[in-house]
Write a protein that binds this ligand. Structure first.
Ligand SMILES: [Zn+2]
Length: 374
């Protein structure tokens, strides 16, 4: 009898493995319960392009939780387009404080305030002085948007007294290696210092949940700390690796400046060596100056050191579905006129289809009634 039960349990476990559908992902498709879905919201450089905005990844867990790793210039547009409920976008982790990684915090602060009923939280590194740390950035952001949040609480959020207009900063010591900076509900996020523009602060981040892990390099030159973070325990499943340069057209800059620029990122050739050291199940490389002309050279350079394993040059709205058995690369379909979701709990507005009429939070009748005109 005991043997029968054991066999049944094993069979049930095998049957419970997530099946990842093929083809593009729509916002109606839930994340399989034991899997992680990564959506590339921005894969470009500070020189944003319509097809490649600055860096950001949305990491969605099968338990329903969402995590944002960086939120660079332009990435909020892709985030909204995914239709992820705004009340679930309350956890943001920053790798460093360059604008191509944090500029759209302002958009999330205000844009998601309509659907957010709880304070949102930002985890980010300290700097060499207090005014260079994440706490100072968030304090400054709150001040920058003080009039905006104050007025919108009167205009757009009539009658609400929740904490959707509040933000909490969690500044951690950037220099601590392999430091757990977040641990809730079976999810951990670990930080380690990396080396970017020879300035204190930048870190790489790793998220672990349900036996799966995602490592995000932030911006860095090749560093052993990144390799150590990504290869801990059983090693990371997915490595989201920054690569850029070398940049050859800064002849007007002093030699020292050129040198710093070209030694503060991971070049495609160096990326091959880093990937070989880490050997993830999937390597996705972003932050590249990639276009049709440069793509072949970039891939060739990476492949000199990383000849055969799974490699993907990430583009905006790529999706990586990660289960214990399988990693699938898909594409997120987003309607270009989507309003996104305002609420996750069934209240208010659900306008993911992009219908302008459906997106309005109040009916004509309710507005007129509120004004005493109906
Ligand atoms: Zn960057």
């Amino acid at each position: 009898m005991l043997l029968f039960v054991l066999v049944l349990l094993v069979a049930c476990q095998a049957a419970s493995h997530d099946v990842i559908p093929k083809g593009p992902v729509t916002q109606l498709e839930p994340v399989p319960k034991d899997s992680i879905r990564i959506v590339a919201l921005g894969t470009g450089t500070p020189d944003v392009r319509k097809a490649a905005v600055a860096t950001s990844y949305l990491i969605q867990l099968g338990n329903g939780e969402n995590f944002l790793f960086d939120l660079g210039t332009g990435s909020y547009i892709n985030l909204v387009a995914t239709g992820v409920p705004q009340d679930s976008l309350t956890k943001v982790f920053l790798s460093h404080l360059h604008s191509d990684h944090i500029a759209d915090l302002a958009s999330l602060y205000i844009g998601a305030m309509f659907g957010r009923t709880h304070a949102w939280e930002v985890w980010g590194p300290s700097g060499e002085r207090p005014e260079f740390g994440t706490g100072a950035v968030i304090k400054g952001l709150s001040q920058f948007l003080a009039w905006d949040t104050h007025s919108r609480r009167k205009i757009d959020l009539i009658g609400r007294s929740d904490d959707g207009d509040k933000v909490i900063a969690h500044e951690f010591d950037y220099a601590a290696k392999n430091q757990v900076i977040y641990s809730r509900n079976g999810v951990t996020v670990t930080s380690t210092p990396v080396d970017h523009y020879a300035t204190a602060g930048p870190v790489a981040l790793r998220l672990d949940w349900n036996g799966l892990s995602i490592t995000y390099s932030g911006d860095t030159k090749p560093t052993q700390t990144l390799v150590d973070l990504a290869t801990r325990d059983k090693g990371t499943d997915v490595l989201l690796l920054q690569s850029m340069g070398p940049i050859l057209d800064f002849a007007a800059l002093p030699h020292n400046s050129q040198y710093l620029l070209n030694t503060s990122h991971i070049t495609p050739t160096q990326a091959g060596a880093v990937l070989q050291d880490i050997s993830p199940r999937l390597a996705a490389v972003h932050h590249l100056t990639v276009n049709d002309a440069s793509r072949v050279a970039i891939v060739s350079d990476i492949r000199t050191g990383y000849p055969a394993s799974a490699l993907h040059i990430a583009e905006d709205l790529d999706v990586f579905e990660v289960s214990k058995d399988q990693i699938a690369i898909r594409k997120r379909l987003v309607p270009s006129t989507s309003w996104g979701y305002w609420h996750s709990d069934g209240e208010g507005v659900h306008a993911a289809s992009g219908s302008g009429a459906a997106a309005m939070p109040f009916t004509r009748h309710s507005i007129l009634a509120g004004l005493g005109l109906s």
